[in-house]
Structure formats: C-alpha cells, structure tokens
Design a protein around this ligand. Structure first.
Ligand code: AMP
Length: 290
C-alpha cells in the first residue's frame, strides 16, 4: 500500500493509473477505521482495479460546539487496518494541504438538508460537499462508496453528483452492525459502559417502528411517537431527532406510501449516535440503489 500525503503526488499517481486504463474505487473516511469502513473497501475491491481510501477529519463539517477536537484519531491502527484490506493507495493529507487558506468560493447545500442531521448540524453538509468536491477532483474516481449509516450524506452526495455532472457512480453500502444491532461507528468508543449497554435500543426502536408499518400503520407521526417512546424508555440518551421521511428527498409525508427512511439521532454524554432504516410502503426493508 502506498501512502500519499500531498495533492500533487496523488494527482500524478492517479494520472499514471488512468493512462494505463485502470478503474478507481474511492472510499472517503475520517479514520479510526472499523468494519463499517472495511465493508466499503471490500465493495470497492470487488468492482475496481485500484482502491483508494482517504483519511481526513474535515474541520469544515464540524460545527463550533461539535467534537472535532475529540474525534478519535489513531494513525497506526488505521494504517494496519487498511493494509489488511489491500487498499492500494491511502491518501492522508494534513489539514493545511487540503485548506492552505480560507476558501474563496463556498458551497451551499439547499435541499435534502432541512431535516435530520442537516437541521441540527448547520453547515455540516456544506463542509461535506466541499471536501468531497476537492477529493473527487484530486482522485478522479470511477465509483465512490458511502455507508447507508449516513443516509442523509448518501442523499446529498447523490444530488452533488447530479447537480455538478460528475462522471462518478455512487455505491451506497448497507450499515454494518455489532452483534447486538448497534451500528458500528468511530464514536462508539466515546460511550460509557452503561451507554454502550443502552445504545442497541436505538436500532431496536427503529425495528419496532418498521414493524408498525408492516402491520399496516400509514401515519408517520404514529411511527415517530412509538420510536421516541421506546428510546426514552430504554436509554438515558437525549433524543436529537426521530423522523420518518421520503427517501432520498427527505421530505415530510402525510402518509407512508413510498420509499421512506426512519432515522434517529441520540445524544449521549460524549457521543451523538445516528441510525436509520429504509423501507417501502409495506415496511419491507430496502437496499438502497441510487
Ligand atoms: P466516517 O469515517 O464516519 O466519515 O465514515 C466514512 C464512511 O464509512 C461513510 O460513508 C460512512 O457512512 C461509512 N460508515 C461508517 N460507519 C458505517 C457502518 N457501520 N456501516 C457501513 N458504513 C459505515
């Protein structure tokens, strides 16, 4: 595995590979890698000649009161984890390499962000599309791999590719979970012992909501209320949001009659956890193909 820290070397390397006709699969991450990330790399491996992963904790996507400084970082662990997955190139830029000075042009996401994490994390997705646009222009991937754990991110990236005519195929990948159902996340290490015990109830709450839909419930508000009640009953976490919206547009619906996402965010003391499931109008789980 080659580790590249500068944009210039990355561009030169990619140019050489493209001249040889190699296809490139790209997995952007913020590091502290776990099996969720590895799943994305495996998918990229299956479909491309070359797999590029980036590790970059993007300051632009963290709000002033968020956990940028506390975000877990472990370079040695990450380098080891990636080696196992036979990633060909790890792009590991320093923050000054990516943002040598303040951006002159700022990107603003207008739709798909006035709900879920976009609502409570103002500017977050502006930061996400900014760094991704830069990374796409540095790495020129044929395919990009994103986890459905961050389903709103998938919806926004889908819009970015369409609106700005990137010749890139988006591959959403199902959420990888612990055996007790908790979605794998770099932030799980920040949970206390008790919080870790409570955290799996988040996924159970989502399944409970989906069961209601399977049983014929068509009112999103009833589903939201049941999921919220279940989380309040089983955890000490503070609910940031529970919502049930159309996917990928992320718009409120009067009734459940099309592809929907049921999504939650819960604040524990040192970690904000998110999770979601996507299903059709009869509550059948859906693998997202965008
Ligand atoms: P992050 O490092 O948290 O920015 O995540 C990098 C990529 O890994 C994003 O596309 C995430 O959606 C994806 N990812 C994170 N956790 C999981 C998970 N448990 N299952 C599948 N993909 C995940």
């Amino acid at each position: 595995m080659k580790i590249i820290e500068t944009i210039q070397e990355m561009k030169e390397t990619i140019l050489e590979l493209k001249q040889k006709g190699k296809s490139i699969g790209f997995v952007p991450t913020m590091g502290y890698l776990h099996e969720g990330h590895r799943k994305l790399m495996e998918e990229a491996r299956r479909e491309n000649d070359i797999v590029v992963t980036s590790i970059f904790v993007n300051p632009l996507q963290f709000g002033p009161n968020e956990d940028y400084d506390r975000y877990p970082r472990d370079e040695e662990h990450d380098r080891g984890a990636i080696k196992d997955e036979k990633v060909d190139i790890l792009f590991y830029p320093h923050v000054n390499e990516m943002y040598p000075k303040k951006q002159t042009i700022e990107m603003k996401v207008r739709r798909r962000v006035d709900a879920l994490c976009g609502k409570s994390r103002e500017g977050h997705f502006d930061g996400v599309v900014t760094v991704l646009t830069k990374l796409f222009n540095i790495i020129y991937p044929n395919r990009i791999y994103f986890g459905m754990k961050d389903a709103q991110q998938v919806a926004v990236v889908d819009a970015l590719l369409r609106d700005y005519n990137f010749s890139i195929t988006l591959r959403p990948v199902d959420t990888v979970r612990e055996s007790d159902g908790l979605a794998k996340s770099s932030r799980n290490v920040n949970l206390s012992e008790q919080e870790r015990e409570e955290a799996p109830y988040i996924y159970q709450a989502l399944l409970k909501g989906r069961t209601l839909v399977k049983q014929g419930e068509k009112n999103p508000e009833v589903v939201i209320e049941e999921v919220s009640r279940f989380i309040r009953e089983h955890t000490h976490g503070k609910i940031d949001y529970v919502d049930c919206l159309s996917y990928p547009e992320l718009e409120k619906q009067e009734t459940i009659k099309r592809k929907m996402i049921l999504a939650v965010a819960v604040h524990f003391e040192h970690a904000r956890l998110i999770d979601n499931i996507v299903f059709d109008s009869s509550g059948q789980p859906l693998t997202v193909i965008i």
